[in-house]
Design a protein around this ligand. Structure first.
Ligand SMILES: Cc1cc2nc3c(=O)[nH]c(=O)nc-3n(C[C@H](O)[C@H](O)[C@H](O)COP(=O)(O)OP(=O)(O)OC[C@H]3O[C@@H](n4cnc5c(N)ncnc54)[C@H](O)[C@@H]3O)c2cc1C
Length: 394
């Protein structure tokens, strides 16, 4: 791959974010609007195909560039950032596991605004989103029938296709998983609404799939290959993207807090807020944590690129990617909390800091939740197996 100028990439995406995404952020949050206009602007400039090879109409860039884009979008609007990451994750999973016909039909139209997302989580297994109880059935001829109650799907009712995870027909256990690319316009699909504390524009509501008939040409990979796809397709790109969005959110809280401190003046003692050491201390705490994310993000993204180039499974760095996700989500929350504290009543009022504070909470619970993730990390550290699929219920 030719050398990529990452500073140029950052300048370009920052320009688009400043022109389109940042001005929309407050309205998206206040009215719970899906960020369609932002996604279309990103598509037009090629960003929705950042990882799609040029032969399928994409920019053919790498994970470092993708992470920069996700970070810059998250810096302005976390809702848009999450929709963008789920879309790019769906696209990259098709890029890695799809056949030429699927790439032609599902990747090429990304430049015109076609949006994908992941539909994996089910209420019955909660945050163990890799563990499904739903099961596909053969429907004679060349079709499958899909039935499932998916508990959360970002861009529910808005995406053009869902990367749908379920047990294979006749599966004997939870590891026998298959993936399908499901056109969201098919009969039998309905979605619920999304009313939540934060990321109010990302529409991560429930979806009901009732006897949805899907042609076998839209099965992604082979029947039963789903476990591989979870580890080496869905998870790596999702985790680096998710961490990058929370990195952007953390940085934004810090920048806005610093601006507030330098711009606010108390006339009684003729002092700016930035003259108080106790407030500068909090900015200092956030700054150290935020800066820890940048080199880590770059290094993990580079590793993903090296593995992809070498044709090696990207899931081998699942635990480091998970550690990065946990840390980025925690740092976003600390940075948002500090920002609210140092900006007093003005930070507490409805507006950007209060929005960021609410948005950041989503990072803690999004799969793998920080609780589940720490459990994975700890188990690996002491040499215990992850046992992701060895639950009691069938
Ligand atoms: C904003 C947002 C966007 C999302 N987008 C998508 C999407 O695009 N696609 C999709 O498929 N899903 C999506 N999800 C779902 C998400 O990945 C989780 O599956 C979901 O949030 C789990 O919620 P729950 O209430 O079922 O969790 P529960 O599993 O019931 O968790 C409740 C509590 O128990 C803890 N817990 C659960 N299991 C363990 C364990 N083994 N060890 C330690 N602690 C544990 C959790 O950390 C949490 O604190 C999204 C969720 C949110 C909030």
């Amino acid at each position: 791959m030719p050398t990529i100028d990452y500073e140029k990439i950052r300048t370009e995406i920052r320009g688009l974010v400043d022109d389109v995404i940042r001005p929309n952020a407050e309205k998206i949050d206040a009215e719970g609007i899906f960020p369609r206009e932002n996604l279309l602007a990103l598509a037009k400039a090629g960003w929705n195909g950042v990882l799609i090879p040029e032969e399928y109409g994409g920019l053919g860039l790498d994970h470092v560039a993708f992470a920069i884009a996700a970070e810059e979008i998250g810096r302005a609007c976390a809702s848009t950032g999450l929709v963008y990451v789920m879309h790019t994750g769906a696209v990259q999973t098709i890029n890695l596991f799809g056949n030429p016909d699927q790439k032609e039909r599902w990747l090429k139209p990304a430049r015109d605004g076609l949006i994908g997302t992941y539909s994996t989580s089910e209420k019955a297994s909660g945050g163990h989103w890799w563990f499904n109880f739903s099961q596909a059935a053969w429907d004679g001829g060349e079709h499958y029938r899909l039935n499932a109650e998916k508990s959360f799907t970002t861009s529910a009712g808005q995406a053009d296709y869902y990367l749908f995870q379920t047990r294979s027909p006749g599966a004997l256990g939870p590891t026998d998983i298959s993936f399908f690319i499901v056109d969201s316009k098919l009969d039998g699909i309905s979605h619920g609404s999304w009313e939540a504390l934060g990321v109010r524009g990302n529409h991560s509501g429930p979806i009901s799939y009732q006897n949805v008939r899907v042609h076998s040409r839209d099965r992604l990979g082979a029947e039963g290959q789903g476990k591989d796809i979870v580890y080496h397709g869905v998870s790596p790109v999702y985790l680096i993207g998710l961490g990058a969005v929370w990195h952007g959110v953390a940085r934004s809280a810090l920048e806005r807090a610093a601006d507030h401190l330098t711009a606010t003046h108390h006339r009684d003692f003729d002092r700016k807020l930035s003259d108080y050491q106790v407030l500068r201390q909090q900015l200092g705490e956030s700054k150290v944590l935020v800066e820890s994310l940048k080199p880590w993000q770059n290094e993990l993204a580079r590793q993903l690129d090296r593995l992809q180039e070498a044709g090696q499974p990207q899931g081998q760095i699942l635990i480091p990617l998970t550690e990065f996700k946990v840390h980025a989500a925690e740092v976003a929350n600390i940075s948002a909390r500090n920002a609210l504290d140092v900006s007093g009543g003005y930070g507490y009022k409805k507006g950007p800091l209060e929005r960021i504070f609410r948005d950041a909470r989503a990072g803690i619970g999004m799969g793998p939740s920080n609780n589940i993730a720490r459990e994975w990390i700890g188990k690996v550290l002491v040499g215990l197996p992850l046992e992701l699929f060895e639950a009691g219920g069938e």
